[in-house]
Design a protein around this ligand. Structure first.
Ligand SMILES: [Zn+2]
Length: 280
């Protein structure tokens, strides 16, 4: 298409504003505008049964009763656990199944599934007729750059999604909160016995394994709130490797004031949480 400027090949940013303008005539049927503006306000939260997305779901549900929850099944090994968690928590959701990622665990990216969040966001955006996707990314796990939770990733994805036929915006309402803050909120707002139902463990075994990094983070958040997470392997024993990592990197980050990876609050809270875990 030599000679054509790129802008003519993409969907105009104001496509829907333009459509609304054209149909906004006195002859329009009664109630036309109202009906058609509804889809623009669709609100969807991606749920996994984990602590972050469950807190986000319950918090938003109060303000937006029509909130849709979507769970994505990519054949993850901990699928059954997540589905049980969602059921126990009473999070009503739709499921999107896409098994093209199945077998990703053989790719040696540790617990990371590269590009997973981008892929999930695209799958959900595709299900929507415009609106907002709420994404449960918390303080201390949104670096400026690097990976599909980074601020740059979200900025670029948002830029891309405004160009969709039905424009979608991604919001991260938990970006200034840590897992410790989330557990505190849960204690104040929801039945505490349900907190154990949330499940973010990376292992397929029943319950919290006690040796994955996700279990350590949850145990720290519990400890900081005077609670003890029940795990299959004692947490201090199972997560020595990660505790050693935090105890090296976090004091270093605080000393150098380098919060590009872990936020200041997360460093302080996690180091305090580890001390508390050692006393449990
Ligand atoms: Zn675990």
């Amino acid at each position: 298409m030599a000679g054509l400027k790129r802008q003519y090949l993409s969907i105009p940013k104001r496509f829907f504003a333009l459509a609304q303008e054209m149909f906004n005539v006195p002859e329009k049927p009664l109630g036309y505008q109202e009906k058609n503006s509804v889809y623009f306000l669709e609100r969807v939260v991606l749920v996994t049964g984990g602590l972050d997305s469950s807190v986000l779901y319950f918090r938003l549900k109060k303000d937006f009763p029509n909130l849709r929850a979507v769970y994505i099944n990519i054949g993850q090994p901990y699928l059954a656990k997540e589905i049980i968690a969602l059921k126990q928590l009473g999070i009503e959701h739709e499921t999107v199944v896409d098994l093209s990622f199945a077998g990703y665990e053989k790719n040696y990216w540790k617990h990371i599934i590269p590009a997973r969040n981008f892929y999930f966001l695209c799958l959900v955006a595709e299900q929507m007729k415009g609106g907002i996707i709420y994404f449960a990314s918390t303080d201390g796990e949104m670096p400026e750059v690097g990976g599909d939770k980074s601020k740059r990733f979200l900025k670029w994805t948002n830029e891309l999604f405004t160009k969709l036929p039905y424009p979608v915006r991604i919001e991260t309402p938990l970006e200034n909160e840590t897992k410790t803050d989330e557990v505190k909120w849960w204690k104040e707002n929801l039945p505490i016995e349900q907190l154990d139902y949330t499940m973010s463990c990376f292992e397929a075994e029943i319950g919290h394994c006690g040796h994955c990094q996700s279990c350590l983070r949850k145990a720290i958040a519990y400890a900081n709130n005077g609670l003890k997470l029940r795990t299959n392997t004692p947490i201090l024993e199972g997560t020595q490797e990660y505790i050693a990592k935090y105890e090296t990197l976090m004091p270093e980050a605080l000393k150098k004031k380098d919060f590009s990876h872990y936020s200041r609050r997360r460093c302080i809270q996690d180091l305090r949480g580890i001390e508390l875990l050692e006393k449990q």
